[in-house]
Design a protein around this ligand. Structure first.
Ligand SMILES: [Zn+2]
Length: 237
């Protein structure tokens, strides 16, 4: 099985999603209330898709309190596998203090319901880690990790993971992360559907990504695939 541990799968057609049914396990992350509901729907329709719900830090400023309360109600009422895409963004996000406030609400819920979190932490890697530690969040994955290399050890000490995105072929910082990171804390992701510097990011890119990781880590593709699947099962437990 191939793993896409961070995918906005509700944006694909059901026809597309059927293609992934037999060979992929996909974590569908959400960005707001509407996509959280869609994520739960496709999680019910496709046995290989796992529904995560949440509020993307970019959407924090314009999301009214009532909508956040609706998302919280979904977490309390429905069979949610995890929370995400949540976190902090210092580079592209606005209203950083409010982002923190909302992120802390989700961290509390993650602990209360024993849920893993799927994180967006652009230029806020250390702050996100500090909040996870403060609330004692047990399972976390930092999506498309391009943060400081020296933070990787601390993530690993806490049992946290990172995802590697197909952009690793062209994004220098991300490539450095792949070179330094231990494969026992890595999952693959597409973040699809998303266009990044000419790359059409979607689950179809994962097989090639696994090849590439094997090449950089000087090991066989099968070894990488197996490790990543094991990490995925440990993350979801
Ligand atoms: Zn994303």
């Amino acid at each position: 099985m191939l793993i896409d541990a961070h995918c906005h799968a509700y944006e694909f057609s059901h026809e597309d999603l059927r293609k992934y049914r037999s060979s992929f396990r996909i974590i569908c992350v959400s960005e707001d209330l509407e996509s959280s509901i869609k994520s739960l729907e496709i999680g019910e329709a496709f046995p290989n898709i796992v529904s995560f719900i949440g509020l993307h830090p970019w959407n924090v400023p314009e999301t009214p309190r009532s909508e956040i309360e609706e998302i919280v109600k979904l977490i309390e009422k429905r069979e949610v596998a995890g929370l995400g895409e949540i976190g902090l963004d210092k580079r592209m996000g606005k209203a950083y203090q409010r982002q923190k406030e909302i992120f802390e609400i989700f961290c509390k819920l993650a602990v209360e319901y024993g849920l893993p979190v799927n994180l967006h932490a652009l230029d806020a890697w250390g702050d996100v880690l500090a909040i996870l530690r403060r609330y004692d969040v047990e399972r976390a994955v930092f999506h498309w990790y391009s943060g400081p290399i020296d933070l990787l050890k601390e993530l690993s000490d806490n049992g946290y993971m990172v995802t590697i995105n197909p952009s690793v072929k062209i994004q220098r910082r991300h490539r450095m992360v792949l070179e330094e990171v231990s494969l026992d804390m890595v999952m693959t992701e597409s973040d699809g559907p998303y266009q990044y510097r000419g790359l059409n990011l979607k689950p179809d890119m994962i097989p090639e990504l696994v090849e590439f990781i094997a090449e950089v880590k000087d090991t066989r593709r099968e070894v990488v695939e197996e490790l990543i699947e094991r990490n995925f099962l440990r993350f979801l437990r």
